[in-house]
Design a protein around this ligand. Structure first.
Ligand code: ATP
Length: 235
């Protein structure tokens, strides 16, 4: 579904991604594990058209998406939930969700998906008229995910969905990630919480200073001593 080959991405002179390659197959949850500054967010931004690689190729559904505009990429079915759960604070929950569907014209489909988002996140339904800026951190993360779902993505890019959330809320968010995947959305998940990420993912890539240094099934990585020491708290 997604094939990234040898991409180099720069911020001015800073070489953030160095010949990075990875693949995501339809139906999978793939997770990217790596320390702060490894380049995970840079990769997601590149996939969603916010940054352009200097070299290398990115194919999505067998078509090159390098150089395409962000809204064209959303229309093609890639939806990005950025780090820090950015919601439009002065708009209601419902208005934020409607915005997620801005590129769609199928009114019936939009209504159906709105009902589905409310079913998945009952809390958002309770608060649908509330201003988004007054939601709790966990609720804002739900809203950011709900808004991305409203774009009807085939591939969902999730950047650190557990960041700053209490443990119970982290579990809820990961359960929902699994549900969204079971309903047919492929997921590329960036996470600091490697334990949780590997417990829901099919496969994983470890990224260090802009390069993939290890990849395999989630089970293989969970069993690797190096990974245990570096990312799973040494247990
Ligand atoms: P984190 O988990 O801390 O967000 P990350 O793996 O997502 O880390 P990136 O944010 O992709 O890492 O950053 C990769 C590298 O690019 C880092 O060295 C970072 O300092 C650099 N970088 C990121 N954004 C910019 C920017 N706008 N300008 C210059 N350098 C940047």
């Amino acid at each position: 579904m997604l094939s990234v080959k040898d991409i180099d991405v720069y911020y001015g002179n800073i070489h953030a991604l160095k010949g990075l390659s990875l693949d995501v197959n339809e139906g999978e949850i793939v997770t990217l594990i790596g320390a702060n500054g490894a380049g995970k967010t840079t990769l997601l931004k590149t996939l969603s058209g916010l940054l352009k690689p200097k070299n290398g190729t990115i194919h999505y559904m067998n078509e090159s998406i390098v150089g395409k505009q962000a809204q064209t990429i959303v229309k093609a079915g890639i939806s990005h939930v950025p780090e820090g759960r950015r919601v439009f604070a002065t708009m209601s929950v419902e208005e934020n969700l409607e915005l997620g569907a801005y590129s769609r014209k199928d009114k019936n489909g939009i209504e159906k998906d709105m009902a589905k988002v409310y079913e998945t996140f009952p809390r958002l339904h309770e608060r649908r008229k509330q201003l988004s800026g007054t939601l709790s951190g966990g609720e804002q993360q739900m809203l950011a995910m709900g808004r991305a779902i409203m774009a009807k993505p085939k591939l969902l890019l999730l950047d650190e969905p557990s960041m700053g959330l209490a443990p119970l809320m982290v579990q809820t968010i990961f359960r929902i990630v699994e549900e969204i995947n079971k309903e047919g959305t492929t997921i590329l998940l960036v996470e600091q919480n490697a334990n949780m990420a590997l417990s829901v993912a099919n496969r994983a890539y470890v990224i260090e200073t802009g390069r993939v240094t290890l990849s395999g099934t989630a089970k293989e990585l969970q069993a690797s001593d190096d990974i245990k020491m570096a990312y799973l708290g040494g247990h």
